[in-house]
Design a protein around this ligand. Structure first.
Ligand code: ADE
Length: 255
């Protein structure tokens, strides 16, 4: 997979060379390129923003540098269109625009993005990017405006880091033990993960639940599922409502 990130604060993306994405890059699974949007300005002040039409507070990011930047990093210039064979090509780039007004990011969205070979993150600042940038980009590439939660950040950079980490750990061959992907919160079962414990068996007067020492795999699995169901019901009733009834057994319903 190739990931391009365009931002006016490329230094914000420095963590991409650390830890998880860093490891993926070393192993050759991932190639990350971070770009400064101002490289596509042509005035002395390298201007990227201007006042909003219609008035109001703050500044809006100008369309021209964004248009050129997206063309450069996707390798597709003006005049190309997103026709039926083209835009639907899973190998084509996906332009991801982090914004609090986007569709909610989720594990399912991360899994979809992990199937693609080229992601381009367009990180806006201020009051956002001139809407024509997204409207124009949609005619050439698949574009997803995505929010990582119902709160407002200063820009899309941190949201891009969040999404990139969620996607990169799903790349085939990246995780040491792919089974752990299925069991974790928001995995295939749609439940939050059960609580986990390690040594020592007692710490500050708190004991590890007895069943985990039993060596009885079926009982341990049942206990973990009960805990996951209880946690999900308490913390995320919205997720319980979305559980697949075919995946629930009689005991699940008692919990
Ligand atoms: N930019 C600012 N706030 C954001 C959010 N919640 N999600 C994605 N991008 C953002």
């Amino acid at each position: 997979m190739r990931i391009d990130v365009v931002s006016i604060f490329p230094d914000y993306l420095a963590p991409l060379s650390l830890s998880l994405p860093g490891r993926a890059q070393e192993s050759g699974l991932l190639e990350v390129h971070v770009h400064d949007l101002r490289d596509w300005t042509h005035d002395r002040h390298r201007t990227v923003d201007d006042t909003p039409y219609g008035g109001g507070a703050g500044m809006v990011m100008k369309p021209e540098p964004w248009g050129e930047a997206l063309e450069a990093v996707t390798g597709r210039g003006a005049g190309t269109t997103n026709d039926a064979t083209d835009g639907a090509d899973p190998a084509g780039p996906v332009v991801v625009v982090p914004t609090p007004s986007g569709e909610p990011f989720s594990q399912a969205a991360a899994a979809e993005l992990a199937q693609r070979t080229h992601l381009v993150f367009a990180c806006g600042r201020y009051e956002g990017i001139d809407q024509r940038v997204v409207d124009d980009a949609r005619t050439r590439w698949e574009v997803r405006e995505v929010s990582i939660g119902d709160y407002v950040l200063n820009g899309g950079e941190v949201a891009a880091l969040v999404m990139i980490e969620a996607v990169v750990r799903l790349l085939p061959g990246f995780m040491g033990n792919p089974e752990s992907l299925a069991e974790e919160s928001h995995g295939v079962e749609g439940l939050l993960e059960y609580p986990v414990y390690t040594k020592p068996p007692e710490w500050r007067g708190l004991e590890v639940p007895e069943v985990l020492f039993s060596g009885h795999h079926a009982r341990i699995a049942r206990w973990r599922r009960d805990q996951a169901l209880r946690r999900t019901a308490q913390r995320r009733p919205d997720l319980v409502a979305r559980l697949d009834p075919d995946r629930l057994d009689g005991r699940d319903r008692e919990v």
